[in-house]
Design a protein around this ligand. Structure first.
Ligand SMILES: Cc1cc2nc3c(=O)[nH]c(=O)nc-3n(C[C@H](O)[C@H](O)[C@H](O)COP(=O)(O)OP(=O)(O)OC[C@H]3O[C@@H](n4cnc5c(N)ncnc54)[C@H](O)[C@@H]3O)c2cc1C
Length: 479
């Protein structure tokens, strides 16, 4: 019997696991994917929002601003790629000027630090590639960019290092209330029991809720599509550039990414199926045309990838953070700014568990640090030293991103080792560059096969069933 089981290991489940791992509790995370961050957490704008969008007084407003502050703190402690680059919301006409004034007032009421309104001249001086049609902007210096999957991984890894059990490939299919209190969960990897459950199942949080309790909210999955541009476009802007938000969301943004690329998107389209991450010609055309209103000279010929993520929009206006039944906590409908609010949502969930009678006693020894070698960021002396210690750091596998075999092998020995080529990419950036894994992909397959002692035909590109190779083509001449 666990004290708490968390369902889902996106950023919300990972943050909850990290928070609970500070206490003397027996905690497990059940994730249906074969890795952390396999849902919305790996496909979004990757912005740590400042917190001026949500209306004052909402849970979203409070947790966004607090989550923004905590993200900066966690990034330092857990070696999460993060930078507070600041954001600009552009105004193009009188209506927009009214909107940014309203957002400014929201920001002040929500406690967003150092937020201010800029004139057109000030805005263009900060971002020379913006359209000359800009009439002014709202500037929030505390907005940041992050690697969303590494954020989730860092939290989950730290939780595992502090005793949390992570069960991957564990799809929760049934939940039953136990007569003596607590819950029994049937999954694809077996049956688990816990005194308390946290539902962090993202776009499927309504389905998971309905397994345990009578339905009281509905997720309406809403997809957003993106362009990711090569590093040659990565300095086109240096802040996160938003247009004024509308009823359907924050609109199309143009932003540098933490990995040095340029991200452009998303649109917003209801898709019915929460797992529908397909890109469409019409969606991408809308994104391109809308983005050009902000930054007319983006060179879309330097696009290296398109992708889409699905928002867990719900039929309720705010995040759904509730004890739906005794010791069954929903962290549901966590649409944007969920990535930003995650650590604050986790603290809220821990508080709810405590109120429900689960004692939160701090552990004496909580490991609250994490470091990983990023070879490309080392000085020449540090590189030489490392290669002397371990020659695998002298073999560059991904030429675009200068990722070495040493980094890949080190990732394979972390508390949550990658199980696929994309899992390696999420941990060490191999395959993130201009060639998108065309060169290093086969070498990563070789390393996964060698280190995991499995035939290459068993190596996956991503989730279960994405085997890259079917068998040998040249059988002759071999024993
Ligand atoms: C287009 C787009 C742009 C966005 N941009 C931003 C942004 O810039 N900044 C920001 O703050 N937020 C942004 N968001 C929102 C943010 O990405 C989400 O709030 C956040 O990722 C939600 O995390 P999660 O853990 O709730 O969900 P997920 O990451 O989807 O995780 C849920 C997990 O639960 C697992 N799961 C589901 N059902 C089961 C089951 N039955 N059993 C076991 N496991 C299960 C899934 O496999 C998944 O791994 C954006 C979202 C989208 C779609």
């Amino acid at each position: 019997m666990y004290d708490c089981i968390i369902i889902g290991c996106g950023i919300i489940g990972a943050a909850a696991a990290y928070e609970l791992s500070k206490y003397r509790l027996n905690v497990a995370v059940l994730e249906k994917g074969n890795d952390v961050a396999m849902g919305t957490t790996r496909a979004n704008s990757a912005i740590i929002h400042a917190g001026y969008d949500p209306e004052p007084g909402t849970v979203m407003a409070r947790l966004n601003v607090e989550g923004n502050r905590l993200a900066a703190e966690l990034a330092g402690k857990l070696d999460i790629p993060y930078k507070a680059v600041g954001s600009l919301v552009l105004a193009f006409d009188e209506t927009d000027l009214g909107t940014i004034q309203h957002l400014y007032e929201n920001g002040v009421a929500n406690g967003v630090p150092d937020i201010r309104l800029l004139s057109a001249e000030e805005t263009l001086a900060m971002e020379p590639h913006l359209s000359r049609e800009v009439k002014g902007a709202l500037y929030a210096p505390s907005a940041g960019i992050v690697s969303p999957w590494e954020y989730a991984l860092a939290l989950a890894e730290t939780a595992v290092r502090n005793g949390v059990e992570l069960h991957l490939d564990s799809d929760v299919t049934a939940i039953e209330a136990l007569p003596e209190g607590g819950w029994r969960l049937a999954t694809s990897s077996g049956v688990y029991e816990a005194k308390a459950v946290i539902n962090a199942a993202g776009v499927h949080s309504d389905a998971v809720h309905n397994l345990a309790v009578k339905p009281d909210f509905k997720i309406i999955p809403n997809r957003g599509e993106y362009y990711l541009l090569d590093k040659s476009e990565g300095t086109r802007v240096s802040h996160v550039i938003f247009q004024c938000p509308s009823a359907v969301g924050k609109g199309v943004l143009v932003s540098p990414t933490i990995h040095g690329n340029l991200i452009v998107g998303p649109n917003a389209e209801d898709v019915g199926d929460g797992d529908n991450t397909a890109c469409t010609a019409s969606g991408l055309e809308f994104v391109m045309n809308t983005a050009r209103r902000s930054v007319p000279d983006i060179n879309f010929r330097d696009s290296i990838r398109n992708f889409a993520g699905v928002r867990a929009v719900s039929d309720q206006p705010d995040f759904i953070i509730q004890e739906a039944a005794p010791r069954f906590i929903d962290l549901a409908g966590i649409k944007s700014p969920g990535l930003s609010a995650a650590p604050a949502i986790a603290i809220e969930a821990a508080g709810m568990l405590e109120k429900s009678g689960i004692a939160l006693e701090k552990k004496d020894s909580f490991i609250d640090e994490r470091r990983r070698v990023r070879f490309s960021e080392l000085t020449p002396e540090e590189k030489n030293e490392l290669i002397k210690e371990n020659p695998l750091y002298g073999r560059v596998i991904c030429r675009c991103e200068t990722v070495t075999e040493g980094e890949i092998v080190a990732a394979l020995h972390t508390p949550i080792p990658p199980r696929s080529v994309d899992g390696v990419k999420r941990r060490v950036n191999a395959g993130m560059g201009r060639c998108q894994g065309g060169f290093c992909g086969p070498r990563v397959v070789e390393i996964l096969s060698r280190e995991g002692k499995v035939p290459p035909t068993e190596v996956l590109q991503d989730g279960v069933g994405t085997n890259l190779l079917t068998g040998e083509t040249k059988m002759g001449g071999r024993e």
